[in-house]
Design a protein around this ligand. Structure first.
Ligand code: SF4
Ligand code: SF4
Ligand code: SF4
Length: 232
């Protein structure tokens, strides 16, 4: 007879390990544990879709009441003109797939992105875009895993990065990273940065880009003011 620990381990190997929390659990490990103790359903991992639900049902000896459709995968890109380097996305990313620091423009390390989407709602300037990709399994980087099977390799790589990220974020590993962020100053810097970029383009393109940039900034400011309840 399989022990609970064996079942948890087997389920963890097939869950996508994006840590997206869409199953209603704090992370993939919490869902795997609940499955092993048969206190939840086998078809809650929307990222894994139907095939993962069926594999879980077999391992945990649970029924699959309803099948779920396989979703298109996506990764995130940051529009650098809109980034005000607030670090909110960096903190939200469970697998440390975003590089940047306070007051420095942020970039997604695309090969590490699992498409969990946790960074999207926290961005105050709405400058992150979800780009659809054809990959069946994410992240694309799998070198932390020894598995040959791409599903398990992707899952293990993401799980190990998640664990490393959790360790790195423990208080004893943080040294002066809590620099207070001045949003107004950062917005001004972002506008200056955009102007510099635009100045390198030809005259006609420059006018067009300036106009678009003004409209973008205006819309961004409106969204930000609405979000934070700031007066016009
Ligand atoms: S990948 Fe699946 S199991 Fe993991 S947190 Fe997301 S929905 Fe839950
Ligand atoms: S960058 Fe990718 S992995 Fe990180 S939070 Fe955003 S969607 Fe998730
Ligand atoms: S949350 Fe948005 S504005 Fe803030 S650092 Fe990330 S991409 Fe830049």
């Amino acid at each position: 007879m399989k022990s609970k620990q064996d079942i948890i381990q087997k389920i963890e190997q097939i869950l996508p390990q994006t840590q997206c929390r869409r199953c209603g659990f704090a992370d993939c490990a919490a869902y795997a544990k609940a499955l092993a103790y048969r206190t939840t359903q086998a078809n809650l991992c929307l990222v894994g879709g139907d095939s993962v639900a069926r594999q879980i049902a077999e391992i945990a000896d649970l029924p699959v009441y309803q099948t779920i459709a396989d979703e298109t995968k996506f990764i995130i890109r940051i529009d650098e003109d809109g980034c005000i380097a607030c670090t909110k996305c960096l903190t939200a990313c469970p697998v440390h797939a975003i590089s940047g620091a306070a007051k420095l423009m942020h970039t997604v390390i695309e090969n590490e992105c699992t498409g969990c989407g946790l960074c999207l709602p926290v961005c105050p300037t709405d400058c992150m875009q979800a780009i659809e990709v054809k990959d069946k399994f994410l992240p694309r980087n799998r070198f932390l895993s020894s598995h040959k099977n791409p599903q398990q390799a992707a899952a293990e790589h993401a799980r190990l990065r998640y664990q490393q990220t959790q360790i790195f974020r423990q208080p004893e590993h943080q040294h002066n990273t809590q620099t207070p962020v001045n949003m107004t100053q950062l917005l001004q810097q972002a506008a200056q940065h955009s102007k510099k970029r635009i100045a390198t383009q030809s005259d006609a393109l420059r006018q067009q880009a300036l106009q678009q940039q003004k409209e973008h900034s205006h819309q961004r400011n409106l969204r930000r003011k609405k979000q934070y309840g700031l007066a016009e």
